[in-house]
Design a protein around this ligand. Structure first.
Ligand code: CP
Length: 309
């Protein structure tokens, strides 16, 4: 059993919940290797994917996870909805709720929106990314992927490099990793690292070469041009020179470094294509673990304790 009804934030999620979700995630990885990749666990449950923002990985992996758990799945796309006729967010969600939806998986550009809808619907809410606030299911698949690679969190050193200020992935990763006792260093332009973030128990180092030398794994973040005003980085070329995880930098290291990225990648900006495609990259494994981890989260929120068959 998880400690909360919803899955909205990793801020106060206990270590026991995180480890339980990882353990169950690996059980579902085995299900995904079977010829028939489906279990009857959530048969009869209705899940709605409510996406107000673009997504490839999160949306697809939630839909696959739901179908592989035998839930009934509906998809909502803001661009083809009555929001375009002036209907409010609250009316939209309440109208959907009365159709007896057990769980809503929501991505929305406003920070706090997932928590907000818990005030006016009864469904279980899963946050699939709320603006530049949190992306807890991404952080859970990230820690699952780290655990798969290193088999322990003890003495592990993880760097998060890039635009920390606009990244929901960064904040959820910081909460999960520090709860697990992992040492975390943030690296990026000073104005893209939030003031006061050190209080969450992380190191800050603006020298990318030092950070790459220090870390066991790096989670490289996208430059989120859609969330920035004009001019927050002087130029893409300059950003790559100072903060890019380039082929040259990685080849100069005297050790193996695990490369992670939540996607979508701006190849040749924050991460060189050769590094993204290298043997030490676990980026596509993160995507695979995304399906298993989302199965794990939905199973624990909705299954009422049924065994995985
Ligand atoms: N990592 C992630 O959230 O990707 P999408 O925006 O494609 O869902």
């Amino acid at each position: 059993m998880l400690s909360g009804k919803h899955f909205i934030s990793l801020k106060d999620t206990p270590k026991e919940d995180i480890m339980l979700l990882i353990e169950t995630g690996f059980s579902f990885r085995e299900v995904l290797e079977r010829p028939v990749k489906k279990v009857p666990t959530l048969s009869g449950k209705n899940i709605l994917n409510l996406f107000f923002e673009n997504s490839t990985r999160t949306r697809m992996s939630f839909e696959l996870a739901e179908k592989r758990l035998s839930a009934d799945v509906s998809n909502f796309s803001a661009s083809s909805s009555s929001l375009n006729k002036g209907e409010t967010f609250r009316d939209t969600v309440q109208n959907i709720q009365v159709m007896k939806v057990d769980c809503i998986v929501m991505r929305h550009p406003s920070p706090g929106s997932s928590l907000q809808i818990t005030n006016f619907v009864d469904s279980i809410i899963v946050n699939a990314g709320d603006g530049c606030h949190e992306h807890p299911t991404q952080a859970m698949l990230d820690v699952m992927s780290l655990y798969e690679r290193f088999k322990t969190f003890k003495n592990l050193k993880v760097a998060i490099i890039g635009d920390i200020l606009h990244s929901r992935v960064a904040l959820s990763n910081i909460y999960a990793l520090t709860t697990l006792g992992v040492e975390v260093t943030l690296c990026g332009p000073p104005h893209l690292i939030p003031v006061g973030i050190k209080e969450l128990g992380v190191n800050i180092n603006h020298n990318v070469d030092e950070v790459l030398e220090w870390a066991d794994a790096v989670n490289v973040l996208r430059i989120q041009r859609e969330r920035m005003g004009i001019g927050l980085i002087p130029s893409i070329r300059e950003y790559r020179e100072i903060f890019g995880v380039t082929k040259e930098r990685v080849e100069n290291l005297k050790k193996e470094l695990v490369i992670m990225h939540p996607g979508p990648i701006n190849r040749g900006v924050e991460l060189d294509g050769d590094v993204a495609d290298s043997e030490n990259s676990i980026i596509l494994n993160q995507v695979l673990n995304g399906v298993a981890m989302r199965m794990s989260i939905l199973y624990h929120l909705l299954s009422e304790g049924d065994a995985i068959k």
